[in-house]
Design a protein around this ligand. Structure first.
Ligand code: LRH
Ligand code: MN
Ligand code: MN
Length: 426
């Protein structure tokens, strides 16, 4: 273990006084306003977000990758990296595997490793958007929607195999994201493509264990640029309903056209009990997969406001599978994930401060100004001392990025793993 709680205990010492002062100040203020600070902190401690196995190396665009040395080169090392983030933040107690990118070689030892780091196996992701080595059928013209029965069957079987792998690890959900669509008008029949997709998903659903859920992710475009079969939440919702009660929609923040009201989508899906999973990232233009909260933090807060409302008022909706789906080119991936986790916690904490009863009253009185004041009062609160406290109580770092640097984590990884890199240019 590169870092442990003892290291953090030492490193936290110099920030303890100023943390305590700001926490006491904020705690008193929130207390006076009638908030249950202890309850908020418990909620923050319980909020765990999965890290995808593909986000630990330097990501990038199709134009180039710029490596950080000391990147993980095996699934074991990826899980160890998640362990580092989790030790620092106490917020990333889960990993989400992409199959076949990260098939465990030895299930027993990978489970033991994850368990020793307090990491659970969250949703497993299937991959029918690339042709796999030695595969008989190509996905060039689609997978679950392909007009070729053999290609559809291969894609169905892959999803069943992924369920099987997840089952051995203790996962409880399968995420399906399809690249299926068309690049040019006339290339594909919309109705046939959707019908094939629905019946393929139903075949996968039949193989889903009773205590599992199937999460259907949508995305409007890319890699196809004319049409995408599961293009939006409506299509995903329709398919989830067609499959059955264990099937849900999955919202990825980057998978919307610019200016889409994502918080409204979240709200309606939860009302219908059909929001099963969530991928965090941020974007300026498209599916940019930027650090969470780096571009539109107020939108993230408004989304969390609906999530909190739904978690309180919609018992018909299941617990969500949370995951970060961000990666890019120029930051240390571990620091980037830490920043994302902090933004998520910040938005969540702020949403927990929204006075829902007062908001309801103001809505009933059509007092639009007060409605806005209530939301913005919560948003403008600097909640970082609450997050620090949650982390500190669990043995994490007061300032995870600072600790990561003070404790020379990247330097140690480079020493241990050498200048090995998974990023290989174009
Ligand atoms: C699609 C997507 C999906 C994952 C990941 C690799 O854009 O966000 O959630 O499969 O990329
Ligand atoms: Mn995603
Ligand atoms: Mn995406």
């Amino acid at each position: 273990m590169i870092i442990n709680k003892e290291h953090l205990f030492e490193d936290n010492k110099k920030d303890l006084k100023s943390h305590k002062e700001s926490f006491d100040f904020l705690g008193l203020k929130l207390d006076n306003e009638g908030h249950d600070v202890a309850k908020i902190i418990t909620k923050l401690k319980d909020f765990q977000v999965a890290i995808p196995s593909w986000a630990l190396g330097a990501g990038g665009t199709r134009f180039g990758r710029y490596s950080f040395y000391g990147e993980p080169s095996s699934l074991d090392q990826k899980i160890e990296d998640i362990g580092i983030i989790h030790t620092l933040t106490q917020t990333s107690g889960a990993v989400s595997l992409h199959i076949p990118w990260d098939i465990p070689e030895d299930f027993k030892s990978i489970k033991e490793l994850a368990c020793s780091l307090n990491i659970k196996f969250d949703a497993v992701n299937s991959n029918t958007f690339q042709d796999q080595k030695g595969a008989k059928e190509s996905y060039k013209f689609g997978s679950l929607s392909n007009t070729s029965k053999a290609a559809r069957e291969q894609a169905i079987q892959h999803n069943l195999d992924v369920i099987n792998i997840g089952n051995k690890l203790g996962s409880k959900s399968l995420t399906v994201w399809l690249a299926d669509g068309s690049n040019f008008p006339g290339q594909s029949n919309f109705q046939t493509a959707l019908q094939h997709t629905e019946s393929s998903l139903k075949s996968i659903y039949k193989g889903l264990p009773d205590d599992w859920s199937m999460l259907i992710e949508y995305k409007p475009y890319e890699p196809n640029f004319y049409s995408t079969v599961i293009q939006d939440w409506g299509t995903s919702f329709m398919l989830a309903n067609a499959c059955g009660e264990k099937a849900y929609s999955l919202v990825d923040l980057g998978h919307h056209l610019p200016n889409t009201n994502i918080e409204q989508i979240v709200s309606i899906l939860m009302m219908k009990g059909k929001l099963g999973g969530f991928h965090f990232n941020d974007s300026k233009y498209g599916d940019d997969d930027l650090t969470v909260g780096s571009i539109k933090p107020y939108s993230l807060f408004l989304i969390f406001n609906e999530l909190v409302y739904g978690m309180r008022n919609n018992p018909q909706n299941p617990n969500l599978a949370w995951m970060i789906d961000a990666s890019h080119n120029i930051k240390d991936p571990l620091e980037d994930l830490i920043q994302s986790l902090e933004s998520i916690q910040e938005a969540y904490a702020k949403a927990l401060l929204v006075d829902q009863d007062a908001l309801k009253d103001a809505q009933m009185n059509h007092d639009v100004v007060t409605c806005q004041e209530i939301l913005q009062a919560a948003y403008r609160t600097d909640v970082r001392p609450l997050i620090e406290k949650a982390r500190l109580d669990l043995g994490g770092a007061i300032h995870p990025i600072k600790a990561f640097r003070n404790l020379k984590v990247r330097e140690t990884l480079i020493k241990e793993r050498g200048k090995n890199t998974v990023a290989t240019g174009l």
